[in-house]
Design a binder for this molecule. Structure first.
Ligand SMILES: [Zn+2]
Length: 413
């Protein structure tokens, strides 16, 4: 189980809203903790959640060492770039979805942590470097929840254009949206050796001299990364739409891989470096994009209720797309992101299984696509993390399929 260690700081950690995710990410890379929260108002209170079995003195020591290193002057550059961000965004007030009603009130039958069961019963096997092998029951559940979500929500959305893309996002495309400023800690880059004969030869010689291991410093052999591994599949839709004029509100449906450098936080199906996302993307008028957000939130909660998955909708504050610096004036809703969270009963916690981002005109302006007859074109997307759906379902009901909700078909059990 987990214990929480709270500490009051004499001086506030001077963090603005863009720096808090960077701070928490760095914190969790350095401290053996499960979760860290910084009081966003005064920045003087930090709560650290860690495994109860871990020695308290050790945690206190790690926290002290980390905080000593994290001094405000290290972050002056990003603080000033964040200040530029605020005035150049034009915040639009939209009606909030009815959060208090968006709750899937089921009664899960399992309170135990199923992590060990998954490994003992070989539904998952752990490979080296925190890699996993999914076995048949997991694969079946991933396929089932994906198809059932597409059937339930996709059918209600109506006509959707299907797409399939690779996992590689050209770096030049990412640069256009100032991607590299926004969440550098989650970046995974894809590159290759420089294409000249001499480089290849000396690389091979270096590897041979190093007993087959990669050279300590690969930098001199590599090209500047031409690609990044995408952090969400929907980016490719905006890339495809670049410089296009389209006639009507349009929905897309796609499934793809997402990559996020989670460092030491990787944990079974709960937090993965590479996971599968089912996405719907909406391009059109602000009214259409906002209406689809509200409708799909409601349908997702209905779908969860039908499957027996307990959870609720909540406001979230880590939009995936807003960069640290903006070059033009974007119109974005005041609340750009909502998420659906599923219960994890054994630790009395919830995890995000789906997010609902309304980008305003950010992608339309950045990539110059628009509706033919409308002055204003917006975009929005919803993404369902399939591994987390399966994880939360199994945490709620256990591995014995006779205890699963009646809605789960026999073919899945
Ligand atoms: Zn998306």
């Amino acid at each position: 189980m987990f214990t929480t260690y709270r500490l009051e700081l004499p001086e506030p950690v001077t963090l603005n809203k863009l720096q808090i995710p960077v701070f928490t990410h760095m914190f969790l890379q350095n401290v053996s903790a499960h979760k860290v929260q910084v009081d966003p108002i005064q920045g003087k209170r930090i709560s650290v959640t860690y495994l109860s079995s871990y020695p308290r003195e050790q945690i206190e020591r790690e926290v002290a060492i980390f905080l000593e290193r994290f001094t405000p002057e290290h972050d002056e550059a990003s603080a000033s770039s964040a200040e530029i961000l605020e005035p150049e965004l034009n915040m639009v007030e939209l009606d909030e979805p009815p959060l208090e009603k968006l709750c899937s009130c089921c009664t899960p039958g399992n309170q135990r942590n199923i992590s060990d069961d998954l490994l003992e019963q070989r539904w998952l096997t752990l490979l080296k470097n925190q890699e996993l092998a999914y076995h048949r029951p997991i694969i079946t559940l991933l396929e089932y929840f994906d198809q059932s979500y597409v059937d339930y929500v996709g059918r209600r959305i109506g006509d959707c254009q299907q797409r399939q893309y690779s996992v590689l996002l050209p770096a030049s495309f990412a640069e256009k949206m100032n991607y590299f400023h926004s969440a550098p800690m989650h970046l995974l880059l894809a590159t290759h050796l420089s294409h000249d004969h001499e480089t290849m030869k000396s690389f091979a010689a270096d590897v041979s001299a190093n007993n087959g291991k990669l050279p300590q410093d690969c930098g001199p052999y590599l090209e500047t990364p031409p690609y990044i591994l995408q952090s969400a599949p929907c980016y490719k839709v905006y890339m495809e739409m670049e410089d296009q004029v389209f006639e009507d509100n349009t929905a897309f449906v796609l499934k793809g891989q997402s990559f996020r450098n989670e460092g030491k936080r990787v944990y079974l199906l709960e937090r993965l470096l590479n996971f599968t996302m089912r996405e719907f993307v909406f391009l059109g008028t602000p009214e259409y994009v906002t209406r689809m957000r509200d409708l799909t939130l409601g349908w997702t909660i209905e779908w969860m209720e039908a499957a027996g998955l307990k959870g609720e909708c909540a406001l979230a504050n880590d939009p995936f797309f807003l960069p640290g610096k903006v070059k033009q004036n974007f119109k974005v809703p005041k609340h750009v992101k909502y998420e659906v969270r599923a219960d994890i009963p054994y630790k009395n916690d919830t995890i995000s299984i789906a997010s609902y981002d309304t980008h305003g005109d950010f992608f339309a302006k950045t990539f110059n696509f628009r509706l033919r007859d409308n002055a204003e074109t917006w975009s929005g997307c919803i993404g369902l993390g399939l591994e987390r759906v399966v994880w939360s379902f199994l945490q709620q009901y256990g591995l014995q399929s006779e205890h699963w909700p009646a809605a789960i078909p026999e073919s899945v059990k």
